[in-house]
Write a protein that binds this ligand. Structure first.
Ligand SMILES: O=C1O[C@H](COP(=O)(O)O)[C@@H](O)[C@H](O)[C@H]1O
Length: 250
């Protein structure tokens, strides 16, 4: 069960960010209203933190009950806690440190200063176990209410790089990535199987350097050309773009 991609274009990167933030607040409020708690998966990169900064600046920010939100990550650069290049650090600066989250519900991916040291495979296994524990019903992870994904110019999402040997890891929810083509070389990522467990999947993409990746991904390219094309939400798959990122779409 998955949904067909829908494209929505905003004129500027700032409008894209603000509109996506409004959409995110509403989706989290609705999920909490329906089920008590909500689960969101965050992303790194340009738009991953831009949308969170827009949430932070929104007058509706505290319509979300932050204490009832589980925060997960789609991927993480395998760097120590607080490193400026960690997605978590950037997301914290943009929003997470400014809202009253329950620390027990903030599920950061371990780095080399974590319980497994520099064993990135063990760190990924640990994260998969945390996902399964949160599901609590034998599923490999909770159902994610909203999955946010940035997209690289090479059409990667999370740390799943097209054509990379670690791209197609199967049978686990989280996997190590070695020799990433984008620095840093070592990462932890959710797998395609885990990314498929979202109700709403939103790609948030700005900039002309992403236009080709957007075009081939929306068209449904094969894994060797696009990781983004392999990910769909169960209920909704939205491509939220600025005009530059949409410039190669017909
Ligand atoms: O390395 C990463 O890159 C992508 C996209 O980043 P961008 O700066 O090109 O927007 C990001 O979504 C991913 O989480 C991150 O680890």
């Amino acid at each position: 069960m998955s949904s067909d991609p829908v494209v929505l274009v905003h004129a500027t990167k700032q409008l894209l960010s603000d509109a996506a933030a409004a959409r995110l607040i509403t989706a989290l409020v609705d999920a909490q209203n329906a089920r008590g708690e909500a689960h969101v998966v965050l992303t790194g990169g340009t738009m991953g933190s831009a949308i969170l900064a827009s949430v932070a600046a929104s007058a509706a920010r505290d319509a979300v009950d932050w204490t009832r939100l589980h925060v997960w990550w789609g991927d993480e650069r395998f760097l120590p806690d607080g490193d400026a290049d960690r997605n978590e650090t950037q997301n914290r600066e943009a929003l997470l440190d400014a809202v009253p989250l329950d620390p027990a519900k903030v599920h950061a991916m371990p780095g080399p200063d974590g319980p497994d040291g520099d064993d990135v495979a063990a760190a990924a296994t640990r994260y998969a176990a945390e996902l399964a524990a949160a599901a609590g019903d034998g599923a490999p992870s909770p159902t994610f209410d909203v999955l946010l994904l940035g997209v690289g110019p090479d059409a990667h999402v999370a740390s799943l790089f097209p054509g990379h040997p670690d791209q197609l890891t199967a049978g686990v929810a989280a996997a190590p990535v070695h020799d990433s083509p984008k620095p840093p070389p070592t990462r932890v990522t959710l797998t395609f199987e885990a990314l498929a467990r979202a109700e709403r999947t939103w790609f948030i993409v700005a900039g002309a350097d992403k236009a080709h990746a957007v075009k081939v991904s929306v068209a449904g390219a094969a894994p060797a050309e696009s990781s983004a094309a392999q990910v769909k939400g169960r209920r909704e798959t939205l491509w939220l773009l600025d005009a530059d990122a949409a410039s190669e779409l017909s």
